[in-house]
Design a protein around this ligand. Structure first.
Ligand SMILES: [Zn+2]
Ligand SMILES: [Zn+2]
Length: 345
């Protein structure tokens, strides 16, 4: 039987998409799965039909209503980019469901060691219910629940001093011959020069588009940096951005991942080489497709007097932005529930 692979968008919302009592043009009020939930699934199906594997990437507040409404199936494993609530709070109910109804089996979770520790600190009861597999920076780790079907490689990112051991995840789907890069939330990627090569030409770059223009205090990168006003916000921040500061969330000297960070700073001694926008990153690694989620836009409105966009508006603007610099890349801003097919075997 032929197998097909696809990416499903389980939720797009950042940590504060719609605080109760507010409105936002990007997120419909009844769209509960979007609330504080940036989450994806890599699905493997028999033919076009039954899901035989669901590997979840991140699990925020909205993931539980999403899964209940979309097949009511427990994902087979989860990969976590970083331990912020809009990426982990839904873990609890998924893991409890699995543990209670699958004969007290521990749930497989893949994340960096610092991220695992932070998850346990936030939800101590999960310690007994999960089987954690540590991701070391730059090393592919097989996702055992897929047989030989998938590897995941973590790369460190700086997403503010409190985002402990935050990482982007390169997922290789072996039978489909496809590579997907999930950045999670990021302000500055901290990837060794040589490892950027590993990311070149990924099939999909799936990234956080919190704002279009830079406001580094959000701890998220922007899509571009070309606004006449942006030096005002990015200049003072860059002065404060030092190597020790960027090491804070990753700074555990007994961890295997520590050496990776030292290598990164040897590779990138100059701030001019830091990657500060989605556009910068796309220019270096040349993905075939770009998928933007996690949009807020509140900072664009407040600091740049730029309008908040809706879904088609953000997609059109981002596609034109990438076309302007001749990056031959298709941009998509998906709706929650969208399914993007990417391979057959
Ligand atoms: Zn987030
Ligand atoms: Zn975050």
């Amino acid at each position: 039987m032929m197998r097909t692979f696809s990416l499903r968008i389980n939720g797009r919302g950042n940590a504060w998409p719609i605080p109760i009592g507010q409105h936002h043009p990007f997120y419909d009020l009844p769209g509960a799965p979007d609330y504080a939930n940036a989450s994806y699934s890599i699905l493997e199906r028999e033919g076009e039909g039954k899901i035989i594997k669901d590997i979840l990437i991140d699990a925020g507040h909205g993931i539980v209503p999403f899964l209940l409404r979309h097949g009511n199936r427990i994902p087979d494993a989860m990969l976590i980019t970083h331990p912020h609530f809009d990426h982990i709070l839904g873990m609890d109910w998924i893991i409890q469901s699995y543990y209670r109804f699958r004969g007290k089996k521990k749930y497989p979770v893949y994340a960096t060691r610092g991220c695992c520790e932070q998850i346990i600190k936030t939800m101590p009861h999960l310690k007994e219910l999960c089987e954690f597999t540590e991701l070391s920076y730059g090393r592919p780790v097989p996702v055992r629940e897929t047989g030989e079907g998938m590897t995941v490689t973590a790369f460190p990112v700086y997403h503010g001093v409190h985002a402990r051991a935050a990482a982007m995840l390169l997922v290789e789907i072996v039978p489909a011959g496809k590579r997907l890069l999930f950045t999670g939330d990021v302000l500055v990627p901290m990837i060794r020069q040589g490892d950027l090569e590993m990311l070149r030409g990924v099939d999909w770059l799936i990234t956080d588009a919190n704002n279009r223009f830079p406001y580094p205090k959000t701890n998220h990168w922007s899509v571009v940096r070309r606004h006449p006003e942006d030096e005002k916000y990015i200049g003072p921040w860059l002065k404060e951005l030092t190597e020790p500061l960027m090491m804070v969330p990753h700074n555990f000297q007994n961890y295997t991942n520590y050496q990776y960070l030292l290598d990164y700073f040897r590779d990138f001694p100059e701030k001019e080489d830091y990657i500060l926008t989605v556009l910068d990153f796309a220019t270096r690694i040349r993905p075939r497709n770009l998928l933007l989620t996690h949009y807020s836009g509140l900072e664009d409105e407040k600091y740049y007097k730029e309008v908040l966009l809706d879904t088609p508006g953000l997609e059109k603007w981002a596609q034109e932005t990438m076309d302007d610099v001749n990056l031959a890349m298709k941009v998509k801003v998906p709706e929650t529930g969208a399914i993007i097919p990417f391979g057959k075997k």
